[in-house]
Write a protein that binds this ligand. Structure first.
Ligand SMILES: CSC[C@H]1O[C@H](OP(=O)(O)O)[C@H](O)[C@@H]1O
Ligand SMILES: Nc1ncnc2[nH]cnc12
Length: 297
């Protein structure tokens, strides 16, 4: 028993994982609705793994319509201990060429039309997002990317989350570069915020597919070019997943060094007698640990 249950949210191009053992596919429902796709529960190198395709097979769901709350709730309910996102992204830096993998450590959230919290009227909570990713899982992702033979692995980087689905204008792309952003994508927010609210250690590998549209000597990002680069990235992402499970199998799990599994101890402000029982019931998986409930599987 390694104690790890690795959740993987696969983004564009990564609709399934290869080489899994004991595979079971489960359609699940959560109090927040249905996740993007059925959960694929399996084992890899002796480690329990739960895979979820963010856009579903066939890329059915655009970034702004993903039910991020259902996805995170489903992962939590499935017993996931550590959650790794694998995403396509655009590069806002010369040295991060297509094919580079960036293990994100910061975010700027510019999305504006999404449900961003499990909490709300009747149960108010404020979690810190100062350090939005799990340092241990991120370090393991860096090592696994290197083991997978990825040439450029950036161990940190700031991901600008945009609403989309359209790509940026040149003015936006230049603006984000002037802000010091490293990569751009449409999905890691509110996913990372919701993972934190659910006390799930989260890390994100952003795999560069293009230079967005800031480079005057290159054609602007175009989905055909993105798809061509994605194919190579996805093969190495599969190797990365194999490598990270090998590392997990070698070390029994201990709590996240960042205290992520206990953030709700001090985050909920609403007094017990002022809480909305209906919302509290919906929070059984996410916050049952502190709200004194039993999780419905
Ligand atoms: C295929 S380009 C645009 C699309 O890809 C990224 O999604 P994901 O993070 O799920 O790989 C990006 O954020 C856009 O949603
Ligand atoms: N340039 C870009 N902007 C936003 N999301 C992306 N995903 C892949 N490339 C992207």
């Amino acid at each position: 028993m390694s104690g790890w249950t690795l959740g993987i949210i696969g983004g564009s191009g990564l609709y399934r994982l290869e080489g899994l053992e004991d595979v079971r596919t489960e359609r699940v429902f959560t109090p927040w609705g249905e996740p993007s796709a059925p959960l694929v529960k399996a084992r890899l190198n002796g480690v329990d793994l739960v895979f979820l395709s963010r856009h579903d097979a066939g890329h059915r769901i655009p970034p702004g319509d993903i039910n991020y709350r259902a996805n995170i709730d489903a992962m939590k309910r499935a017993g996931v201990t550590d959650l790794l996102s694998l995403s396509a992204c655009g590069s806002l830096r010369e040295e991060l060429a297509p094919g580079a993998f960036v293990v994100v450590d910061q975010y700027v959230d510019r999305t504006f039309a999404r449900e961003k919290s499990f909490f709300g009227p009747g149960c108010v909570a404020h979690v810190s997002m100062a350090r939005p990713v799990c340092s241990r899982l991120s370090a393991m992702a860096v090592a696994a990317a290197k083991a997978a033979g990825v040439e450029t692995v950036a161990p940190r980087g700031t991901y600008l989350a945009m609403e989309g689905p359209q790509f940026s204008t040149k003015a936006e792309s230049h603006l984000y570069r002037s802000w010091g952003m490293d990569v751009i994508g449409m999905t890691n927010m509110p996913e990372a915020k919701l993972a934190r609210e659910a006390e799930l250690p989260y890390a994100s590998v952003a795999m560069v597919t293009d230079y967005d549209c800031w480079k005057d000597d290159l054609a602007e990002v175009d989905i055909t070019d993105v798809l061509a680069v994605l194919k190579g990235n996805v093969a190495r992402a599969q190797d990365l997943v194999r490598a990270i499970t090998r590392a997990m199998a070698a070390h029994p799990r201990t709590p996240s060094p960042d205290g992520i599994e206990t953030v709700l101890d001090t985050a909920i402000l609403t007094a017990p007698d002022a809480r909305d029982p209906a919302l509290v019931a919906k929070l059984d998986a996410v916050a049952g640990r502190v709200l004194g409930q039993t999780t419905q599987k």
